[in-house]
Design a protein around this ligand. Structure first.
Ligand code: ADP
Ligand code: ZN
Length: 527
């Protein structure tokens, strides 16, 4: 490209090609580093503007910017968007047939491309490496760089081969980018990609305009409806559910209640998915009820709320999904309803998941961090930012700051739950879940209780001071604190090592006071 010499080429490209006035945050410095031939490791939250950090250097430097991205489904869109701006972009991935690939390869060799997107597995193929040898590479951009971290939540084995880029082309600058990385993951990225000399650019992960709220789940659809009708009338938003069935159910429920909502999940045919996605992007005030299949690469500035009806599997996932709210900087809500069943279900899924013990432990660690965020009595934002290795002060704009939760000494109720589990645990052949434990504590002679002669247990009926929902809250918090866990696919409650400390009176248990629900059924006090 020929550029006027009066303006700095990067800024000129920003204005002329992309139509923006000024760089944001660290963009300028990152771009200068890469244009100057240096390596960079970039941590920027979703929506922060990572793409320009490699797109502009690719345009400014001689040769083709090679972008490694795992998001194969998005490559076509990305390339189309760039072409619409007059940038010569192409991609190579497994969705193409031989002829399509040949065409892109020819463009690359003829110097007719500014940017070439590659799926990581392409770089395991010697012919791709030889192709790159024959052309001129301006830079390597490694997008979603956290995929190289084995400890992360998104590990892709193909990313491990990317360290070879540096060995083969030591003089080509590299820029690795990610929106989600804890301190440990960042170190792992730098090590595995051999980015020892890279400058690190760490933007704040804070999204001050997002108000974080996590509530106890009781009647999730009603709770959601209340949020939408009182605070988000007519607003665009995304609601995440775990299962396809529940996205459909929730979308129908909202539509019946006057809120236009479209389902989105991998089980819908491609046409329906594309229509729902483009309607969400183009129309005002539409709600999408989706599985996590929805959202990667969705860039809609005025999403006013992101609601979770099920517990995300990790803080990274939660942060990424909630980050789709409020990209325009205006006040937005991240709302999550979570309950005991979420914990039981996820522990079960982990216990029965494919993969080795190390993998299961990793999933468990991620879940624990998510639960700690849910159960914290501190500022949610502080907890969230600390998780990503950032210091912060209480924000005044999250539920725990706005109405600080109280805690109470739950040691005795915890002991009652744990000793019940201990007694049931001795009947190894049997599987007893939460419901049965609560029945015993409340002294309910259900059929199952009688069948197993559990009226004779010393713990039978010792827990009448709390209601059933309160007991379930206690069990949920014990699960969250690792004082109890779930085994097998029946959701059997079992003790952990830490349980012994509570049973042996060597450890106090603090529990969050749950807000009393309006209209709670029998047994509730006068309120
Ligand atoms: P990320 O990849 O970090 O999630 P993107 O690169 O997709 O973010 O950028 C998010 C949005 O911000 C895009 O719409 C992009 O065009 C816009 N954007 C990026 N940099 C600038 C800038 N300097 N000025 C204005 N808008 C920008
Ligand atoms: Zn706060």
């Amino acid at each position: 490209m020929t550029l006027p010499h009066t303006t700095a080429p990067a800024l000129d490209t920003l204005r002329r090609v992309f139509g923006y006035d000024a760089f944001r945050g660290d963009q300028q410095e990152i771009i200068d580093t890469v244009v100057g031939g240096g390596d960079a490791l970039v941590l920027m939250p979703t929506g922060g503007g990572k793409s320009l950090c490699y797109q502009i250097p690719a345009l400014v430097r001689d040769g083709v910017g090679v972008v490694v991205s795992p998001l194969i489904a998005l490559m076509q869109d990305q390339v189309d968007a760039l072409r619409a701006l007059g940038v010569r972009a192409g991609f190579l991935n497994s969705t193409q047939d031989f002829d399509e690939r040949r065409l892109v390869e020819a463009e690359f060799l003829a110097g007719e491309l500014d940017l070439l997107y590659l799926a990581p597995e392409r770089l395991k193929v010697e012919s791709t490496l030889r192709l790159l040898d024959q052309g001129r590479v301006a830079l390597f951009a490694i997008d979603e760089a956290h995929c190289v971290a084995q400890w992360g939540h998104d590990f892709r084995p193909d990313y491990l081969t990317l360290s070879a880029l540096h060995e083969r082309w030591p003089n080509v600058p590299r820029i690795a980018l990610t929106a989600t990385a804890t301190e440990a993951t960042r170190t792992e990225i730098a090590n595995r990609l051999n980015l020892t000399e890279a400058r690190h650019f760490v933007s704040s992960f804070d999204r001050p305009n997002i108000q974080y709220r996590i509530v106890a789940k009781n009647r999730p659809e009603q709770q959601l409806l209340e949020l939408l009708t009182t605070e988000h009338k007519g607003d665009a938003g995304i609601i995440y559910c775990l299962s396809r069935a529940s996205t459909e159910r929730t979308a129908t429920f909202l539509s019946q209640n006057g809120i236009e909502a479209l389902p989105y999940h991998a089980g819908l045919d491609a046409r329906t998915r594309a229509t729902h996605q483009s309607r969400f992007l183009r129309e005002d005030g539409l709600v999408v009820v989706a599985t996590i299949a929805f959202g990667m690469g969705i860039d809609k500035p005025d999403v006013r709320f992101v609601a979770h009806l099920d517990l995300p599997k990790s803080v990274e996932g939660y942060y990424q999904e909630t980050g789709r709210a409020g990209r325009d900087g205006l006040p937005s809500t991240a709302w999550l309803a979570y309950g005991l069943q979420d914990v039981v279900q996820q522990r079960k899924m982990i216990a029965t998941s494919e993969g080795d013990d190390a993998h299961r432990r990793r999933l468990g660690t991620h879940l624990d961090a998510m639960l700690a965020l849910c159960e914290t009595v501190r500022c949610r934002r502080v907890q969230l930012l600390n998780y990503f290795g950032e210091a912060a002060e209480p924000c005044g704009n999250c539920d725990t700051c706005l109405s600080p939760p109280e805690s109470w000494d739950g040691t005795v109720p915890a002991q009652k739950v744990l000793s019940t589990v201990y007694r049931l645990d001795r009947e190894r052949r049997q599987k007893f879940g939460v419901g049965h434990v609560v029945d015993i504590l409340l002294g309910r002679a259900t059929a199952k209780v009688s069948q197993h002669n559990h009226e004779s247990l010393t713990v039978f009926g010792v827990g009448t001071e709390l209601s059933e929902p309160e007991w379930r809250g206690v069990v949920r918090q014990l699960l969250a604190q690792g004082l109890l866990t779930v085994e097998g696919d029946h959701g059997t409650l079992v003790l952990t090592e830490a349980s012994g400390e509570v049973l042996g009176r060597r450890r106090e248990v603090r529990l969050r006071t749950e807000p009393k629900r309006a209209g709670r059924s029998a047994g509730s006090s006068s309120r």
